[in-house]
Design a protein. Sequence first.
Length: 396
Amino acid sequence: MPADVAHTLESTLIGLADGQADEVAARLRELGPDRCATALLGELSSRALLFPEPAGKTAVRATLRLGAETLEYEVVLGGGSAEVRPGPAPDALAGFTQDLVELLRAVYGAPGRHDATFAPRVADPERPVMDPADPVITQRAAAVTALHQLSGALSRPERSLNELAVRFESDKWGGHWYTPHYDRYFAPLRNSPVTLLEIGIGGYDAPDQGGASLRMWKHYFPRGTVHGLDIYEKHGIAEPRVLPLRGDQGDPEYLAKLAADIGPFDIVIDDGSHLNHHVLISFQALFPHVKPGGLYVIEDTQTAYWPGWGGDATDLNAPRTSMGMVKGLLDGLNHQERPAGENSDLSYTDRNISGVHVHHNLVVIEKAVNAEQGAPSWVPRDVDPESWYTGPARDE
Ligand SMILES: C[S@@+](CC[C@H](N)C(=O)[O-])C[C@H]1O[C@@H](n2cnc3c(N)ncnc32)[C@H](O)[C@@H]1O
């Protein structure tokens, strides 16, 4: 697995963003101000595409300052794409100046109050404009829209997960009704620098197809690193913070190496083959590499009932099916309540699962040390249910 998959410039910048201003500036100089500025403008532009665009391709001039150094870029927006080009943009009607350290904070820092060095500017026409049909009016309007795209993205509005699912054409909303559940569990992690792995990129054997959900996660977690795993080669869907890997979710040795290279994970989502034995292998291999406080999600558990997929519609507790395995986790969750002697041989999942949430075809497993003590020993375990809590007998 290439080292750049485990550690990218973006992940370095995310780790740096909340540091002291002078230390951050020194580190940006070490990393190369131009590389960092290009990466940050690229990230900002990708977020800008979620805003209304100008009618045609429109250039914005970005002037970034790092101490006495000035860096100039042309950001071209419109037509559903964004491009960052080095050098000044002499023809751009709109532009902005910003401190590079502050741009880093605004893009990848924890949300909150930041410096306010962003200075937008729209050029005034060089001659009087008397005719409403003068093209300079349309050009200026396009420049203002393009500038709004960038300044809007800089303010980091939180789009709903449903909105992002629709924007990136993920079937996690519409085809399935998963996104409201995801939002409920993932919202507390939204502004954390999460490491997410989703098994199953989509698009099957086409190297540049798929990745809808990975792009959705990228924009849901603005400081996140999103890895996708697929049995097929998927290099064509790679973009900053979206990193495809090729491998088999049914191969525990491969998964152990993957986890050692890019884990531990805040979130793992299994949306791969949905074959029951693959779901079990992946869970056993990867759940130990989920961080405490993290989540492991299994999608499309309907296959637990489909014999052709290794499921079973008659033996509903069969431990070889995904739902049979999930049901087995439930008694482990309450292991403290079993007689003391039965707790001597606890499994990894008994000790490390703090919650199991089951929805239609979707299971969310919460990871945390499960050492909460059981009910006190003086509470009698053997009671007569006929007389317990019925109160003292009364004479009629
Ligand atoms: C349902 S699609 C994933 C869709 C994607 N997660 C999304 O929401 O946009 C399932 C993917 O799993 C991949 N897959 C199938 N078997 C696999 C395996 N053994 N290991 C890894 N990926 C596998 C397929 O190639 C396919 O691209």
